[in-house]
Design a protein around this ligand. Sequence first.
Ligand SMILES: NC(=O)c1ccc[n+]([C@@H]2O[C@H](COP(=O)([O-])OP(=O)(O)OC[C@H]3O[C@@H](n4cnc5c(N)ncnc54)[C@H](O)[C@@H]3O)[C@@H](O)[C@H]2O)c1
Length: 347
Amino acid sequence: MHTDLLMSKFIELENLSQLSAEISKIPSNTILMVVDANVYNQYRKSFDFLNIEGKKVHLWKCLEGEGTKSYDELKHALEFFLSKNVTRDAHLVAFGGGACSDFGGLVASMLLRGVDWSVVPTTLLSMVDAAIGGKVAINSEYGKNLVGAFHLPRNIYLDTAFLETLPKSEMISGYGEVIKYCFLDEKIYDAVVNKSDLQTLIHMCAKYKQKIVEKDFKESGNRVILNLGHTVGHAIEHIYKIPHGYAVLWGLVALFIVTGHPKMLARLKVIVNSLGINMDESPWQNKHFPTMDIVNYIRKDKKGLSNEVIQIINVEEVGQPNVTTYHIDDVQKMIQDKEDELSKFIL
Ligand SMILES: NC(=O)c1ccc[n+]([C@@H]2O[C@H](COP(=O)([O-])OP(=O)(O)OC[C@H]3O[C@@H](n4cnc5c(N)ncnc54)[C@H](O)[C@@H]3O)[C@@H](O)[C@H]2O)c1
């Protein structure tokens, strides 16, 4: 088990057979493969999950997507690996989207007080965001990602070919996080507006996040800017049960409307058009905006500074994020004042 880890290594792959060869280089005799069930079914003919040269492999298929991020699944996976008598020099490989890497990373952080791990991100969202930075978690009834750890993966194996089998709605969800980066970093904004290819965008977003994480691993400072759009976004995700990236996108819309940033809203439209995303209407279109559900969610979400005070990330100009502290009652009033505009908004 290495404790000197300050950053993950990105390994860009040419094809799936290279992945086997790369995993076989991991300095451990035992690989704990944690694979999203959909990904397993999709790729088991082209990738032999159980057969890595020179390694003993234990395979845990996790429930597809968000369903795996639960106490029950965490317990089952931990007990499964313990029943195989694994030792602390085992190395876990999480193979799937952000839900699988959040879950697999948490298993790795807890198993025998922590084993090393690596990620094979298979969704756009996980390639640009979730697989990077070592925040790992499951969900609680009180909110998303409230039970977790900071546990940095050793290796991140990038292969954009996985995106060929990804459903379109999940691609759009991934673009939600790409859009977030456009507001944090001017170079990413320019690359999107100038229609750079997807591989370049993935690379830029991943490196941007890695740079922020290197300086503030435990989110005691600047890393918090990566939560742009997430305060309301997580509430929207919880209320409407929509994919994470969609919720982040609509969280950005709500943020810019509520805090009165029409210029950023206009930028958002430019970005969405440049990416060629056909976004549906907002989840609350032609309905009453769920202000109280959102406020109640934010209040319960213990990631706030206290039960009453939260930090909100905003941007005045592309590439210039700032953090402001608000009392939740003020947030409620600000949202109520803009309910009408929010309900009518079309991207
Ligand atoms: N840890 C972090 O820093 C961080 C950052 C952002 C998001 N997240 C978390 O990431 C999760 C969302 O991740 P996600 O958007 O990757 O979704 P996901 O992991 O839930 O996967 C979405 C769906 O795509 C399927 N899938 C995955 N790869 C596929 C492929 N190549 N082909 C076909 N189907 C495939 C999955 O089975 C699932 O049904 C959320 O739980 C969110 O909280 C974590």
